[in-house]
Design a protein around this ligand. Structure first.
Ligand code: HXC
Length: 514
């Protein structure tokens, strides 16, 4: 054979494998509004940057007629490429090939690219579209998932791991994403469950559609398993690309700096908080008034909306914002919002991203449901996460900072580096009404006009404690600042924190409340 013939033969082989599960299966995939695995990788990565490996891998299964089946690439594509020039490793499961199910060789391809990402210290992006463990391959497919879970765990906190759910994902195909940092979903396309509706019907007799059981909205709003929700695959890839711009390649680096830009938000920061302390406002307006270009990349926007988390930039450098949201449940901490905040704080800490906390909340949510749902152990995660974090930690108390919430939201006592408070801050064990009712109970009950007496006592309590000056007098607050001074104070605090060192006692690892 001449060289030309060898090359033509190679091209033919490539073409054959690149057809995945064949025309019919691809048509079915497209009819569901889904891109193919290959199209997804190309849509996500920089143009012409994708290089594929293990194209010619074949499965080795012999049981249940598998010896007669050829599964191109064994149902998964792996490779490397770039996003805005940043190197990434990627895999995409091909649902057109045996439902993207994971057999031994499929798993080996994924673990190969995971090992590569960890060795090269670059982000790993997994596009999941899979029925889970390949049933015909028995324990080999379970072994494959085990190896993936192990690597997800070892790589956690070392390289960013991003999961994209783009199909009906069951079993191992959802546990691996659950071990990663960010899970992206698309409306009507993403489904995640441990077992699908048919198993649920067989075992429990319960009937439910795939969408209602584990659709994108369910995971973005109710379970919190998803961090991002998009209307289309393209929108989802744009979100991933944006995320990549905010995070470093690994835990030894800092995120890429961008040219600094002043906020462009129109509203005057002094006018964001209403005069009446019981009136809500959108804390995202405060973030937009502070952050470069008023740009805020929100994470888990639809889940536990009483806390707001996400990335922005200050003077061109990435920061993580954690902010109580007075618009929802007055911004209280509850089980879900505690989980949401704590995990994000740990992410920022692992990847050298300073944390800015904006506080306005009346404390932890009381109630039987919350107590029985374990608000103690969930709430403790916030205390743990802030105490453990060694990145620069800066807090601004905007309004209410009551009780356990005051302590938890990165107070001086959690070793915040800088504590600022607006003059509207109220720092106390509880709100003035509740406090007056308890400590002045007798006087109120015995007064000729109890309502009048209650008002007087509430006012007395407010003047004494519901302000920032008592805490400032004790040095718990470093500066009481005008709202308009906030960005400048934060920029300065960040500037003087760049070489922060904060060491912890030597230990294997902590045992956080899970
Ligand atoms: C082998 C599978 C498969 C699997 C799907 N297929 N899942 N093959 N092993 N796990 C194949 C189908 O046989 C079919 O092949 C093709 O993929 C498309 O599947 P359909 O069922 O036609 O598609 P759809 O109706 O869209 O349903 C998708 C689905 C369903 C919801 C994912 O296929 C399903 O319920 N699959 C099983 C899910 C599951 O229970 N997996 C095991 C999880 S246990 P043909 O040849 O007809 O095109 C697990 C262990 C790890 O993962 C657990 C860790 C904790």
């Amino acid at each position: 054979m001449s060289l030309k013939k060898y090359i033509l033969d190679l091209r033919k082989r490539r073409e054959r494998v690149q057809q995945g599960g064949g025309e019919k299966a691809i048509e079915k995939q497209t009819a569901m509004g889904k891109m193919t695995a290959r199209e997804r990788i190309l849509a996500l990565l920089d143009k012409d940057s994708f290089t594929e490996y293990d194209l010619f891998v074949e499965h080795e299964a012999r049981d249940f007629g598998m010896d007669k089946k050829q599964l191109h690439g064994d149902g998964v594509i792996i490779g490397t490429g770039t996003i805005y020039g940043a190197p990434v490793c990627v895999f995409a499961q091909d649902f057109t090939v045996a439902g993207g199910s994971l057999g031994l060789m499929h798993a080996r391809k994924i673990t190969k690219i995971m090992d590569h990402a960890l060795k090269m210290r670059v982000p790993l992006i997994g596009i999941n579209d899979s029925g889970g463990a390949r049933i015909q391959e028995g324990v080999n497919s379970l072994a494959g998932y085990g190896e993936i879970f192990y690597r997800n765990t070892i790589a956690s906190g070392v390289i960013p791991q991003i999961s994209v759910i783009l199909g009906p994902c069951a079993g191992g195909a959802v546990y691996s994403p659950a071990l990663t940092d960010f899970v992206f979903t698309v409306d009507k396309i993403s489904k995640m469950f441990i077992t699908g509706p048919s198993v649920i019907k067989t075992v429990l007799g319960e009937e439910i559609s795939m969408e209602d059981l584990g659709g994108a909205r369910v995971h973005a709003e109710i379970t919190g398993n998803a961090h991002f929700f998009a209307e289309s695959e393209q929108e989802c890839f744009d979100q991933i690309k944006k995320l990549i711009t905010y995070i470093p390649w690994n835990n030894k680096q800092k995120a890429k700096a961008f040219p600094p830009k002043p906020p462009k938000f129109k509203k005057n920061i002094d006018d964001i908080i209403p005069g009446d302390p019981r009136q809500p406002y959108d804390v995202r307006d405060v973030i937009k008034a502070i952050a470069d270009d008023s740009d805020f990349f929100e994470i888990q926007e639809l889940f536990a909306a009483n806390i707001v988390i996400g990335f922005g930039r200050m003077n061109g450098e990435t920061v993580g914002f954690v902010a109580n949201q007075p618009l929802v449940l007055a911004g209280v901490l509850d089980t879900d919002s505690s989980d949401k905040a704590a995990r994000f704080i740990r992410y920022c800490d692992a990847f050298n991203i300073p944390i800015i906390t904006l506080e306005d909340m009346p404390g932890y949510l009381p109630g039987i449901d919350q107590e029985h749902a374990g608000v103690i152990r969930h709430g403790a995660k916030v205390l743990y996460a802030y105490s453990e974090a060694t990145v620069p930690k800066i807090t601004v108390i905007l309004r209410k900072a009551y009780g356990g919430g005051y302590i938890a939201m990165n107070s001086r006592h959690m070793h915040a580096d800088f504590m600022f408070a607006w003059p509207t801050a109220e720092i106390a064990v509880m709100g003035p009404e509740g406090a007056a009712n308890i400590i002045f109970k007798k006087e109120i009950e015995e007064a000729d006009n109890p309502d009048e007496m209650r008002k007087l006592k509430v006012q007395e309590y407010k003047e004494k404690f519901a302000n920032p000056y008592v805490a400032a007098a004790k040095g718990y607050i470093d500066s009481v600042i005008e709202p308009d001074e906030t960005r400048q104070m934060l920029l300065h605090a960040l500037d003087v924190s760049v070489s922060k060192e904060d060491h912890r006692p030597d230990k294997k690892h902590g045992v956080p409340p899970f």
